[in-house]
Design a protein. Structure first.
Lengths: 349, 349
C-alpha cells in the first residue's frame, strides 16, 4: 500500500501517519484513537508531571497495542531576568490594567532526570524532542532503552544538525504548523520555511527518513507530502476538534470561527502559530521584549484566567496550523482513517 | 498525460506549467525558452514602457508559437507623502550617510490606458494581474480582446474576490514564492499562508482552476501541487539562474551563495520575498515606516547604484523563493522539460 516503508518498519506501524504531540490539547484518549487507525500515537509530556506521564502511559498501554511516542520539550530553562520580566509586566499592565503577581503559568518542563526515568521505566518505542535535543548523557540514556529517537527541524541546517546527532528520523516542521516552532539554531520567524519548500530540501539534505509536518490536514496533503519526499506525515490540527482531544471549549470555538493565524512569541516567549488573539494583535505577533520561554506566560497568567472565566480567549494560547479549517468534529479514528485512505487513493491512481 | 486538462484547454498549452512573470529578471528570451517546453510563457510588463513591451512581444511572437501571457501590476499609485518619504530618507541617511536627492528608482507602472492599448493591439492569449485587478473599465477592455484573465491570490478571501470579479483562473501564491506578494485585501505578512495550506484551501473555495505558485522548483513540487488540487503550477525562481533569464550577476551570485529569504517591504514598499540583504537586516524585514509602493525604492536608489558598482547587493532587490537552492544554471527549456517529465513520472507511478 505504501511505496516507502522506512517509517513503517522503523516504528512498527501500519500507516505513515504520526499524531502530533500537542501539549495541552492531547492526552491518552487521542493517542488511543490514532493508534486504532494504524498510526503512531503520541503523548505530549511537556505539561505533565512524572506521575501524570505514568498514568497516561498506563491508559494508552491498556487500551491500545502497538508503539507509542513520548514527546518532550528540551529547551534550556532561561536564566531569571527580573528587569526584563518587570518591563514586560509593565507593558502588559499599561494596556490591560494592573497585573497581580502570580500565580505563575503552569510550568513547561524540559526533558530532565525525572522524565528520563519515566522513559527508562515505561519503554516507549519512540521518543521525540522539540527545541533540539537534550544533553548528551540524557540522550544516551534514552538511546540505551532501545527507543527510536526523532526530533523537529524547521530549517535544513537544523535537520542536518539532528542527523549528525544521531536521530532516527527528522520531522520537517513547515511554517504552516500550529503550536510551538521546533526551531533551536535560531529564533527568527521571518525566515521560517513553508512545508512545500522545507520537505524536499530536507529530504535532499539528510539520509534518515523525513516526516512532514505543517498543513497536513487531509488526504490530499498527506499524499502531496509523500510526493515531496517525506516518508511519513505528522498530523495535529486536524484532530483538535475531535471529541478525544483535550482542546478547551474556547479553543474549539476559535477553530470553528476561523480567522488568521500567525507565529507569535508573546504568549510563551517562543514562536508558536496560533490565532491572532487580542494580546497577539496588541503587542505582537513578534515582540523582541517578550521574556524568554516559558517566562512570558507568567505576566499574562492572571489576565488569561479572568478572560477565560469570562469566555474570552484574549490571552490564551489558541494554537492552530494554517489548514485548521479542514479540522472536523468527527472521532479521531475516523479522521485518521480518512486521511490515510484518501492519500492512498490519490497515490494509487 | 495530465488528468486535469482545464488549464491546458483554457490556455492552449501542452503542459500545466506557467512561467512566473519576474519583472526585472525575465524578458523575451526566457519566455521563448518556456514556450518551447510546452508551458505558458509570460512577459512581465511592470518595468517596461509600451514601446519596450511591443518590442519584446514582437521577439516572442517571432521565435515561439503558441499562447503568451502579458503580466501587469495593478496597484494604485500612492498619494505623495513628502513627510513620510523624508522621514524614511532620514532613517536611511542615519545608517548609511547622506542620501542625495534622485535619481528616483525606475518607475513601476500600474496597468493603465497605454498598457491596455498594447493588449488591444498585440492580443495576448492570457493577461495576468498582480496586486488585485485593474478598474472595471480597463478590465472590460481586456476581456473584450478575448484574452483569458488570471490574477494572484495570497488568501482564500482574495481568491474568492477574484473569482467574483470574473477571472478565468486564480494563482494561489503561497508564502514560499519569491518576489512581490500579490496581496491586495491587506498587507499583513505575518498571516500569509504557505503553499501547502493555501492550494487546497483555495481549491475548495473557488470553482475556477487554481494555479499553484511558491516553492514549485522541481518535478516533486509540481506533482505535489497537482495532488493538492492545483490544475497547474507557476514556476519562477527555478529559472533565475538559467542563461535566458535577465538576472543580474549580483543576483546570480546571491542565488549561488544561498542564505535565508524573508518577506520584506523595505526595498519597494510592498512585501516581497528575497534574500536578507544589508538593508533588510538593518531596517526590516518589515518596517511600518517604509513609504508606500513603489516610493520606498527612491530613498535607496543612489545607495543601490553605488553598491552595485562596487559588487554589493546591499540595497538591491534580490528576490528568490524559498526553494531557490533547486535552481540550476541549465537552459530554461531543459529545466522546464525536466520539471514536467519528473512530475508526470511521479504522478504516473
Amino acid at each position: 500500500m505504501w511505496q516507502d516503508r522506512r517509517i513503517l518498519d522503523l516504528f512498527g506501524i501500519d500507516h505513515p501517519l504520526l499524531l502530533a504531540p500537542m501539549a495541552g490539547s492531547a492526552g491518552s484518549a487521542l493517542a488511543v484513537a490514532v493508534a486504532k487507525a494504524g498510526g503512531l500515537p503520541a503523548l505530549p509530556c511537556a505539561l505533565l508531571s512524572p506521575e501524570q506521564m505514568r498514568a497516561e502511559i498506563g491508559v494508552i498501554r491498556q487500551q491500545a497495542t502497538g508503539p507509542l511516542n513520548l514527546n518532550f520539550f528540551c529547551h534550556t530553562p532561561p536564566e531569571p531576568d527580573p528587569a526584563r520580566e518587570q518591563a514586560w509586566r509593565a507593558k502588559i499592565a499599561a494596556l490591560y490594567g494592573p497585573v497581580p503577581d502570580g500565580p505563575d503559568a503552569p510550568p513547561r518542563r524540559p526533558f530532565d532526570e525525572a522524565a528520563c526515568a519515566v522513559v527508562e521505566d515505561s519503554r516507549p518505542e519512540v521518543v521525540s524532542f522539540h527545541f533540539g535535543l537534550p544533553a548528551a548523557p540524557l540522550l544516551a540514556r534514552v538511546r540505551a532503552t532501545g527507543a527510536r529517537i526523532i526530533a523537529s527541524a524547521t530549517t535544513v541546517d537544523e535537520a542536518v544538525w539532528l542527523e549528525r546527532s544521531g536521530v532516527d528520523a527528522v520531522i520537517a516542521q513547515g511554517a504552516e504548523a500550529g503550536g510551538h516552532r521546533g526551531m533551536f539554531l535560531g529564533l527568527d520567524t521571518a525566515t521560517q520555511t513553508g512545508t512545500f519548500s522545507l520537505v524536499p530540501l530536507v529530504t535532499d539534505a539528510v539520509k534518515v527518513p523525513v516526516i512532514a509536518a505543517g498543513g497536513v490536514s487531509d488526504g490530499r496533503a498527506m499524499a502531496a507530502a509523500l510526493v515531496l519526499g517525506a516518508a511519513a506525515v505528522q498530523v495535529g490540527t486536524a484532530f483538535l476538534r475531535s471529541p478525544e482531544a483535550l482542546t478547551s471549549t474556547l479553543h474549539r470555538k476559535a477553530l470553528a470561527a476561523g480567522g488568521p493565524t500567525a507565529m507569535t512569541n508573546v504568549i510563551t516567549g517562543r514562536p508558536a502559530r496560533g490565532f491572532t488573539t487580542r494580546l497577539v494583535r496588541d503587542v505582537g505577533p513578534i515582540n523582541p521584549d517578550a521574556p524568554a520561554f516559558p517566562l512570558a506566560s507568567n505576566a499574562i497568567a492572571s489576565l488569561r484566567k479572568a478572560a477565560e472565566a469570562d469566555g474570552r480567549p484574549d490571552f490564551s494560547p489558541v494554537w492552530a496550523g494554517q489548514s485548521f479549517s479542514l479540522a472536523s468534529e468527527e472521532p479521531a479514528t475516523v479522521i485518521a482513517e480518512r486521511i490515510v485512505r484518501d492519500a492512498a487513493r490519490l497515490l494509487d491512481r
